[in-house]
Design a protein around this ligand. Structure first.
Ligand SMILES: [Zn+2]
Length: 93
């Protein structure tokens, strides 16, 4: 018997979430995906691109993302807004 954990986090854009309804989330990427809140309550993982404005509001959850060049592409302020899917693993039970 094996338990399989899935991830869709491979070779993809960095993902961000807003579990605590922060008014602004600063991120280090102009191209990213918003998932809303942590799974399983996430909204569709929508691809967003800020372009030159350096700012983007998610149409699903209305989170306001602002580009911050001092952050790494997968970093966010507050830090818990950066989301990494669980590692793919087959766990013997
Ligand atoms: Zn969203």
């Amino acid at each position: 018997m094996h338990r399989l954990l899935f991830t869709d986090d491979q070779g993809d854009y960095p993902k961000f979430r807003n579990d605590h309804a922060e008014p602004v989330v600063r991120i280090g990427a102009r191209q990213f995906k918003c998932i809303g809140v942590s799974p399983p309550d996430d909204h569709p993982h929508v691809y967003l691109e800020m372009g030159e404005t350096g700012e983007m509001i998610c149409t699903y959850c209305a989170t306001r993302y602002v580009f911050d060049p001092t952050l790494a592409p997968n970093e966010a302020v507050p830090p818990e807004c950066a989301y990494r899917a669980p590692i793919v693993a087959e766990v013997p039970t």
